[in-house]
Design a protein around this ligand. Structure first.
Ligand SMILES: NC(=O)NCCC[C@H](N)C(=O)O
Length: 420
């Protein structure tokens, strides 16, 4: 009997009750140095090492909460012929490969789910395909293990992202199909593509959207999330007719380690957050803007000094803990590059992050977080219930080369309310 849960995320830190994951598969290796950039990678991952590291991440989450794997969820919905047909038609139309539709329809659900993620090989049945440098009719979804980005559980609904790059668009199509059809989730999806006034400039990715509190969102205005994307979210919030705050943090377009807000800022606890200090606290070139929505309208839009003081004005007094420590800019830069600021909260003060960022971990420890190795949790040597405040560390030397960390690799579907 399948258990159905209502989706609901009203904070970044509430105790986790369900999370969607994707264990990296062949799609992370199915590229070459010359097309890695197109895949949005700065380097090519070694799959066996990446999987070993990932198992530390998923192993811990499996101990503390209900986990779901994208591939299983997808295979489950593809067992229904109508859904299979409509999803294949949608993907083939979208990616202009209607010629492979019949072949895909013949595949059993599990194999189809695998190919939709790992890529569908190009048939060499014509001179053009024979001469083509490409190997795929449908390219692999190289970045799907960053499940954070393609959809966002926002309060009681799920927002389907409008990805900035073509190479990640199918991820959003798959997530929408899962949330619309899986009997495991009771929810309502909101897809910008279904709104007549949404154009190409509208971009939203989950790495930029943080649910700070029931009435506060923090959103990165980045290379991946445009002002139009944020306006779309604001328009959705207006419908609630309640007072709501959207704090916008502008981000630079380069280097690629700044793609999303969660690469420079994450919530850790009711009273603490992780920051990349040079950008969040010291660089005045990137504005913080507060949008106040009230009674179904934008009541005001104003520039604020910085993200931390803006949140304080809204009643969220957070101590910033510095990625890479607070003394050496080179260390800060290096650890930020390796997703040192990208923590994922399993509950207030209970977070996951990469062990490789040793200066960041030292700083977390100085601020009262116990440092616990993932493998010790998985083996049962450490019982997390005995600790109040901790970071569980996972190996991240290989995974971080994909361009993200623990928050990027998790898509929470439900969290308990926080007792603020
Ligand atoms: N939330 C995140 O920061 N996700 C990381 C995404 C990395 C991926 N290579 C990308 O460029 O989209």
């Amino acid at each position: 009997m399948i258990k159905t849960i209502d989706t609901g995320v009203f904070s970044e830190i509430g105790e986790l009750e369900g999370v969607i994951l994707h264990t990296p598969g062949k799609e992370v290796e199915n590229m070459t140095p010359s097309n890695a950039e197109r895949a949005l990678y700065s380097d090519i991952l070694n799959l066996s090492v990446a999987v070993e590291e990932y198992q530390q991440f998923s192993g811990v989450l499996e101990k503390v909460t209900q986990t779901y794997q994208v591939k299983d969820l997808l295979a489950e919905i593809l067992e229904q012929p109508k859904i299979k047909l409509s999803l294949i038609e949608k993907i083939c139309t979208y990616e202009q490969v209607l010629n492979i539709k019949e072949d895909l329809l013949e595949l059993p659900a599990t194999e189809l789910a695998r190919q939709l993620i790992e890529g569908v090989n190009l048939k060499t049945d014509s001179l053009t395909t024979f001469l083509s440098d490409d190997r795929y009719s449908l390219r692999p979804l190289h970045n799907f293990f960053f499940t954070r980005d393609a959809s966002v559980t926002m309060y009681d609904k799920v927002l389907i992202s409008k990805m900035a790059n073509k190479v990640r668009e199918r991820e959003a199509i798959v997530m929408e199909a899962i949330f619309n059809h899986s009997s495991r989730f009771k929810t309502q999806t909101v897809n910008p593509l279904n709104f007549y006034n949404v154009g190409n400039e509208t971009m939203i990715e989950g790495g930029d959207v943080q649910i700070a509190r029931e009435d506060v969102l923090v959103i990165g205005n980045s290379a991946r999330t445009s002002s139009q994307g944020i306006d779309f979210i604001v328009n959705q919030l207006k419908q609630k007719k309640e007072r709501h705050y959207v704090v916008v943090q502008q981000l630079p377009d380069t280097p690629e380690s700044f793609i999303h807000l969660d690469m420079v800022f994450t919530f850790l606890d009711k009273d603490a957050c992780m920051v990349y200090e040079p950008l969040i606290l010291k660089d005045s070139r990137y504005s913080t803007i507060l949008i106040t929505i009230d009674n179904g309208e934008v009541a005001s839009i104003e520039k604020k000094a910085n993200l931390i003081s803006c949140l304080k004005d809204l009643g969220m007094d957070l101590k910033p803990i510095c990625c890479g420590g607070s003394s050496d800019i080179w260390t800060q830069e290096r650890e930020q590059w390796h997703s040192g600021a990208n923590f994922f909260a399993m509950g207030p003060g209970k977070v996951l992050g990469y062990a490789r960022n040793v200066y960041t971990m030292e700083e977390m420890n100085k601020n009262g977080f116990e440092i616990i190795k993932a493998n010790d949790v998985i083996s049962g040597q450490v019982d997390l219930a005995e600790y109040e405040k901790y970071v569980v560390t996972i190996g991240g030397s290989e995974l971080s080369r994909g361009g993200g960390g623990a928050r990027c690799m998790s898509m929470p579907v439900r969290r308990k309310p926080v007792k603020w």
